[in-house]
Design a protein around this ligand. Structure first.
Ligand code: S3P
Length: 448
């Protein structure tokens, strides 16, 4: 089942060279944060380039439920914020749909305000672990009442007199880090998050942009991020950059589809996000960064990806995992078309995403003629080399947009077409995926 309607079966067939420019949508992580921080600022934040995927639309709806005004006129989203500590108690359950980022960040943002809110989501989100967020929120004084195993639906009772917190994240997760920082906004004094491995730093950068005092120091314990609580956040004008995690799909499709040459303009190469592109280059991909520049303090480039028939399997460094955590599914597809093994260690977190992504990809790859080995926190794809990947199977997308898109990419280069049972979840992060890909010449679409 798709998250918001009937299943949408899809098919992808072997395609001639993909050509042209791929203008991918706005960054999902930055889009969520723009709405949430906008809602916590005093005054009007204006956002252009917002990702209008279902995940982000669900966050917009949630911000309205907490009292912010959120509306779109022309190309601009306007968020009239209520200030730190100004959230109202929602009159209804907050449905975050498929979005782990949405629910975890919003729980953090409301946990230090004396209001109560109940959160739910679709079957995928309701099976994901929330204790990783509610454990640190309890240290601020918030209480959480969820289903067994810390699952949604869950009610959070916000702390009336929040205490500042010092918290070392036990898992490499930007969502956990961000939930703690957002909760720290309405606690007096300094809230400190320590992370052993660097995860995406959009919250730190954007909080600073909104006028909060945030510092990051490297120490033997890891990265120590300190936020000074109870600032008045100042509204911002935000141009959301394009999403490197969405860019991954046309880039990888071009690498494995004979005769391709695709330009993906304006992609952020923030080092905490860009691990996939360096990994592809290590595999021998014809992937270049053109027109390197800085925009809004972030490195940005136009990516050019060309068909790469001589890809080699590699050992993907475990320490790179956090910077490409959402890209392993599509990397495993590219790895199937490389010669030799691609070993991906240090990726336990993949098991608690929108689906168990190791299991979902390994099952689908095997069905399509690719050998995969897996353990709890690693997997290995045995590449078959270009021109020798069978395809022909129907794969379950498990309510996971990235699983659906990865197998649609795979089908562009397999001998027989690849089908997914439900492409509906693609709309959560990349609603124009099918139009964009077919515009480049990909033979994919709804399966009759
Ligand atoms: C995100 C963090 C990552 C990522 C997700 C977006 C964010 O999750 O998988 O798609 O915007 O903070 P984790 O924090 O669980 O690794």
């Amino acid at each position: 089942m798709s998250s918001h309607g009937d299943p949408i079966p899809m098919i992808a067939r072997k395609s001639a060279g993909l050509k042209g420019e791929a203008h991918v949508p706005g960054d999902k992580s930055i889009s969520h944060r723009s709405l949430i921080l906008g809602a916590m600022a005093v005054g009007e934040t204006k956002v252009t380039g917002l990702l209008e995927g279902q995940d982000v639309l669900d966050t917009a709806k949630a911000m309205r439920a907490f009292g912010a005004e959120v509306e779109k006129t022309g190309d601009t989203w306007h968020v009239h914020g209520v200030g730190v500590g100004g959230f109202a108690e929602p009159g209804n359950v907050i449905d975050c749909g498929n979005s782990g980022t949405g629910v975890r960040l919003i729980m953090g943002a409301m946990a230090t305000t004396p209001i109560t809110a109940t959160f739910t989501g679709d079957a995928s989100l309701n099976s994901r672990p929330m204790a990783r967020v509610t454990d640190p929120l309890a240290l601020f004084g918030a209480r959480a009442y969820g289903r067994k195993g810390g699952r949604l639906p869950m009610t959070i009772v916000g702390a009336a007199d929040a205490l500042p917190v010092r918290y070392a994240t036990p898992v490499p997760s930007a969502q956990v880090k961000s939930a703690v920082l957002l909760a720290g906004l309405n606690a007096p004094g300094e809230t400190v998050v320590i992370e052993r491995e660097a995860t995406r730093d959009h919250s730190e950068r954007m909080l600073t942009g909104f006028g909060a005092q945030v510092t990051t120091e490297e120490s033997p314990e890891g990265r120590v991020i300190t936020l000074v609580g109870q600032p008045e956040l100042k509204p911002q004008t935000i141009i959301v950059p394009r999403d490197p995690s969405s860019a991954a799909f046309p880039v990888c499709a071009a690498l494995i589809t004979e005769g391709s040459d695709v330009l993906v303009p304006n992609i952020g190469l923030n080092p905490t996000r860009a691990g996939l592109f360096f990994t592809l280059q290590d595999m021998g991909a014809d992937l270049t960064f053109e027109n390197m520049r800085e925009e809004g303090g972030e490195p940005v480039a136009d990516l050019r990806a060309k068909f790469s028939p001589n890809l080699k399997g590699i050992e993907v460094p475990a320490e790179r995992a956090a910077s490409m955590i959402d890209e392993y599914p599509v990397l495993s597809v590219v790895a199937a078309f490389a010669s030799g093994k691609t070993h991906m260690p240090g990726v336990k977190e993949l098991r608690v995403k929108e689906s168990d992504r190791i299991d979902a990809m390994a099952t689908g790859l095997r069905l399509n003629g690719v050998e995969v080995d897996e353990g709890e926190d690693w997997w290995t794809v045995h590449g078959r080399g270009f021109g020798d990947v069978k395809g022909g199977a129907t794969v379950e997308s498990h309510l996971d947009h990235r699983i659906a898109m990865s197998f649609m990419v795979m089908g562009l280069a397999t001998e027989a077409p690849v089908r997914v049972d439900d492409g509906g979840p693609i709309a959560t992060s990349f609603p124009i995926f099918e139009t964009l890909m077919t515009g480049l010449g990909a033979d994919m679409g709804r399966d009759a």
